[in-house]
Design a protein around this ligand. Structure first.
Ligand code: ADP
Ligand code: MG
Length: 277
């Protein structure tokens, strides 16, 4: 049974985004803490469409590596809310900014969990399309879960239209900008693998790999770099396995990228095994 909204007390704002706000809330009767994403009905149509899609996806997913949804609410004024598990260590983006960059063993632990989430999504015909550090939630147990399905796509029979401009441009794969040159609609799922490669590089280096530290993105330059430049390179000193893993993600031609399930058996992850999973 879903907890009635009236039994939830807002404690603080966790994040703001596309037309919505995420609150830390407490269920008064049980003291249990949750996260509640609220998008107002009178807000813009895009925000409303996005939260409706997210609601649909979170209701049908059931994985240890996708943020859990405990209920969704539509109120008469058009507000849509999603009750989720509260991730008490924030996002990989805030962890990076507050605690600094991640080591290879830490990244292997993070990567394995993201890949399990992605292979679950892809097996269920869902493309995330906005994978990046601020959409990856973490708790104190260092469990990593994929969140924010506002621009995700549920694939039907065809692989059409997976090249539309949604998501954060910076993490978008070359074929999303220029489908003809980079393998196009061959396999829309592989766009998530490109974003994973950039995300891991950023967590290792401490800044978005296509830009020097501290530089604000200029979208036209960035798009040119993604489409016409070489994929970004890791600095010297990383292991061969990590370099190879990133190389398997950051192939400009989508066909050459490894899938999530292939990457789960990559030597980088085999080199850093985890005992508990
Ligand atoms: P948006 O579409 O606004 O980016 P997100 O789902 O990414 O929506 O949420 C925005 C921010 O709120 C996240 O970056 C994160 O900081 C915080 N947040 C979202 N969901 C949770 C959660 N379940 N637990 C803790 N923090 C969350
Ligand atoms: Mg987000």
């Amino acid at each position: 049974v879903t907890i009635p909204l009236t039994e939830l007390e807002k404690l603080q704002v966790l994040g703001h985004g596309n037309g919505g706000t995420v609150y830390k809330v407490q269920h008064k009767r049980t003291s249990q803490i949750y996260a509640l994403k609220v998008v107002h009905g009178h807000g813009d149509l895009t925000a409303h469409r996005q939260v409706s899609r997210e609601k649909e996806i979170l209701r049908r997913t059931d994985s240890a590596h996708i943020v859990r949804c405990y209920g969704t609410y539509d109120n008469p004024s058009g507000d849509v809310s999603i009750l989720m598990e509260y991730m008490d260590a924030g996002t990989l983006d805030t962890l990076l900014r507050n605690h600094g960059t991640f080591s290879e063993p830490e990244l292997a632990h993070i990567t394995r969990q993201i890949l399990k989430g992605l292979s679950y999504l892809h097996a269920h015909k869902i493309i995330h399309r906005d994978l990046k550090p601020s959409n990856l939630l973490v708790n104190k147990k260092m469990e990593v879960k994929i969140a924010d399905f506002g621009v995700s796509k549920i694939m039907c029979r065809t692989l059409d239209a997976c090249n539309s401009y949604v998501g954060t441009c910076a993490y978008m794969s070359p074929e999303r900008f220029d489908p003809d040159a980079y393998g196009g609609n061959y396999n829309g799922y592989l766009g998530d693998i490109w974003s994973l490669g950039l995300t891991l590089m950023e967590l290792y280096m401490g800044h978005f790999p296509f830009l020097p530290p501290g530089q604000r993105p200029d979208w036209a330059t960035l798009m040119c770099a993604i489409c016409f430049g070489d994929p970004p390179a890791l600095p010297s000193g990383v292991s061969d396995e990590f370099r190879s893993f990133i190389n398997c993600c950051l192939q400009k031609e989508s066909k050459k990228r490894w899938t999530a399930s292939q990457l789960l058996d990559h030597p980088f992850l085999l080199r850093h095994p985890t005992s508990n999973r």
